[in-house]
Design a binder for this molecule. Structure first.
Ligand SMILES: [Zn+2]
Length: 458
């Protein structure tokens, strides 16, 4: 109760605290529900994020769609008026809601007028506690999820996936290395019992974080304690361990994309070595550096690629950096040479200090306007939950400042010294090859006709 009083006092002193976006009042209800309340700069509006600690990574290949399907099912309705009736209630409150299932969590995202914030939270609580779904609702949700995943998973699509034709280059590599399921997850075989079990095992207050940012109601803490505080905690389920690299993959491969065309894509992918300090900030800065180096070499100096790019991606428990370029099919070998020279130059001379500092300052400057408004702030807290400690989120500016040129150079060397994986995507045939094939076929027809006439004449 004392902490509740403190929170009430805190919400009263709104303008001065709203300035520091990294300081957020957080506390835990008796049932384990974590609260993050932040007065925002915009009046009349609140952004609500309810983050549930269950995501796609918590399930094996055949069951990957369970949390996503459940997320959809929870919008089926809380009474006889069904899905439509539920939506009408939210409309009447002037709010909007949606939900997202990611690798790590399932999150309900709400924007609402400040004056209705408690009523909107009531409705969210009703959705969590009162939704009952029958087989009809499950079938309807299955169809929606299937459509979101790009339509029915046909035999052809499954065959293409097995032949490595259906994935992007990085996903394809992740499959080869045992970091990703080889086929798309399906919903057909998922049962009501499985869905109820996910709900029972994971949808509990001690596995949730409620973030509210904006024009906060003074009575909000007391209200939350009375309502959300009544949810029953559970014995938490352990998260599945994230897959690590389990198999070896070919160093270089050609991947067929489409039938005919003159374009190609070159990718060099490499696992990021794990750094003790500022891992993400260091590799974010390296990504910026490599992005710029690719642009200078492949576009400005050699004119081989219009928009080459560096990218960071995570598959299972492994982070990857990739250097990528869209090219003309005939330029692949030359681009590979330029890429090798670029890597060799960096390994020999290290990062250019002036360029590194300029890009680092740009990344720091970006932080001044990167998060604008209540909704963006709420999204930021959602994405950075792992960096929250003792009432504060880690400040990216400080973390970026802490990355020295020497450390970035060390990380760059560890990264580029690895052989990595080369993947070249191109269509089966080039335009010229197709023309030659057609010409060859026509020639064959003409020849056989001539032979046939010659035979008849004899
Ligand atoms: Zn969905």
């Amino acid at each position: 109760m004392r902490c509740l009083l403190f929170v009430c006092l805190l919400l009263g002193s709104f303008p001065s605290l709203a300035l520091d976006r990294f300081q957020v009042e957080g506390y835990t209800l008796r049932n384990g529900l974590q609260m993050l309340l932040k007065p925002g700069a915009e009046r009349g509006h609140v952004a609500i994020r309810l983050v549930i600690g269950v995501g796609i990574d918590d399930f094996g290949c055949a069951e990957k769609e369970l949390p996503h399907l459940l997320e959809h099912l929870l919008f089926s309705g809380i009474d006889a008026s069904g899905e439509g009736g539920l939506e009408e209630r939210m409309q009447a409150l002037g709010g909007e809601w949606n939900a997202f299932t990611s690798n790590a969590d399932t999150t309900f995202v709400i924007e609402a007028p400040a004056k209705n914030q408690r009523k909107v939270l009531d409705l969210l609580l009703a959705l969590l506690t009162q939704t009952r779904f029958d087989d009809n609702a499950i079938n309807a949700a299955k169809q929606v999820v299937e459509r979101e995943d790009g339509g029915h998973y046909s035999h052809l699509q499954r065959w293409l996936d097995r032949q490595d034709l259906g994935h992007t280059a990085s996903k394809q590599l992740a499959v080869e290395l045992g970091l990703k399921c080889p086929e798309r997850a399906e919903v057909d075989q998922l049962t009501r019992e499985q869905l109820e079990k996910v709900r029972k095992d994971w949808y509990a207050p001690n596995n949730m974080t409620l973030i509210v940012v904006g024009d906060l109601d003074r009575l909000l803490p007391a209200y939350l304690d009375r309502t959300y505080g009544a949810l029953k905690p559970i014995e938490p389920t352990d998260h599945l361990a994230l897959p690590q690299i389990q198999a070896s993959a070919a160093h270089e491969r050609n991947l067929t994309r489409g039938f005919v065309g003159g374009g190609a894509k070159l990718h060099w992918l490499v696992p990021e070595p794990v750094l003790e300090d500022q891992h993400d900030e260091t590799f974010d800065l390296l990504k910026d550096y490599l992005d710029w180096a690719l642009y200078r070499q492949l576009r400005l100096a050699h004119g081989l690629s219009y928009g080459p790019w560096a990218e960071r991606e995570v598959f299972g428990g492994v982070g990857f950096m990739s250097l990528n370029a869209d090219l003309e099919r005939d330029d692949v070998a030359e681009a590979q040479k330029v890429l090798e020279e670029l890597k060799a130059g960096l390994l020999k001379d290290g990062l250019n200090a002036e360029t590194f500092n300029r890009l680092k300052q740009a990344a720091i400057a970006r932080q001044a306007w990167a998060v604008q408004g209540n909704s963006a702030l709420a999204d930021y807290y959602w994405s950075a939950l792992g960096d929250y400690e003792d009432g504060r989120f880690a400040d990216p500016v400080k973390e970026l400042h802490a990355v020295t040129l020497a450390e970035a150079n060390k990380a760059m060397r560890e990264l580029l010294l690895q052989p990595g994986y080369i993947r070249i995507e191109k269509p089966l045939l080039s335009d010229d090859q197709l023309l030659w094939m057609i010409a060859g076929l026509l020639g064959l027809i003409v020849l056989s006709l001539a032979a046939w006439r010659f035979h008849r004449a004899k």
